[in-house]
Design a protein. Structure first.
Length: 301
């Protein structure tokens, strides 16, 4: 795990954001939207912005491109910006356009860890450190990096973030599915939208997960999404899990590589709890997740 505000989840390779750029890109905006609004409180681009598409993103962030591509990546624009009165202190802005807000949140969630400091940036939660700021809004994920740590860098990072937000439509609210994890015991900073293997198993993806730790019991909460329009939906995938068996009305149990898991079908929802915990405790958690979701209905990706 990296330092607060700078890391990404395991298997994602860190890359310095200040490597020399050796490729040319023909466009200067993402989705036709400038990276900074006109007259952005004295901020200016000290180098021409550069844009990258799915087929050449690796040329700009080699080693990280695969993470972004799996979340319906469309385009990334990068720019070096500074105060017009102090162009010697620069910041790198990277703005990634994804297919929809759920996908943008997915990338943000891969950068989010429990030990990080966060602030509110308009309607968005933002991960902040002395040299970095990460957030998402609408279908965009943004990360900003300072060239060096200077007094006042945090204030300037926030100022750039607000300027960038001025050209991004939408809100910074997390997906409705994350309501399932707003229950006692959930560890802050562990809610992740996974497009691939959840708990090491492809059959559990796509879906959301969050860690819980309460009264000496630890485990993982799950919300499994349907994929495509297959008749069986998510349950059709889950039924192939090892040890899959009925364990009560609309309740199933499976034996995952990391221990037992219970799943509950609640209408179009498939909720899950994985961990070494008593069955009664697992069912209690499933009920709490369902209650927290209320009448929220989700659509297939």
């Amino acid at each position: 795990m990296g330092a607060p505000g700078t890391g990404v989840r395991p298997a994602i390779i860190a890359l310095s954001v200040f490597l020399p750029i050796c490729v040319a890109a023909p466009t200067a905006t993402a989705g036709g939207v400038p990276i900074l609004p006109e007259g952005a409180n004295g901020w200016t681009a000290v180098e021409p912005p550069r844009s990258f598409a799915p087929d050449n993103l690796y040329m700009e962030i080699d080693g990280e491109a695969e993470l972004f591509l799996q979340y319906e990546f469309r385009e990334m624009t990068s720019a070096i910006v500074a105060r017009a009165k102090d162009e010697g202190r620069t910041y790198r802005v990277e703005r990634f356009l994804h297919g929809d807000p759920r996908e943008a949140f997915g990338v943000y969630s891969q950068h989010r860890f429990p030990d990080q400091e966060t602030v509110r940036l308009d309607s968005s939660e933002a991960i902040i450190s002395d040299m970095s700021l990460d957030f998402f809004r609408g279908s965009f994920f943004v990360r900003i990096r300072a060239a060096r740590a200077d007094p006042g860098s945090r204030e300037e990072l926030l100022a750039i973030g607000r300027a960038v937000l001025g050209n991004i439509p939408g809100k910074g609210d997390p997906p409705a599915e994350t309501l399932a994890f707003r229950i006692p015991g959930v560890v802050p900073g562990t809610t992740v939208y996974q497009k691939r293997a959840v708990l090491g198993d492809e059959r559990l993806a796509p879906g959301f997960e969050a860690k819980f730790d309460a009264a000496g019991v630890q485990g993982t909460l799950l919300l499994i999404l349907p994929m495509g329009s297959g008749k069986g939906g998510a349950i059709e995938r889950l039924a192939t899990l090892p040890g899959w068996t009925g364990d009560g009305p609309a309740v199933y149990r499976a034996e995952l590589t990391r221990g037992p898991a219970w799943f509950s079908v609640r209408g179009k929802r498939v909720l899950g709890v994985a961990g070494k915990l008593p069955r009664a405790r697992a069912l209690e958690l499933l009920d709490k997740m369902d209650e927290s979701l209320g009448r929220t209905i989700f659509t297939a990706p």
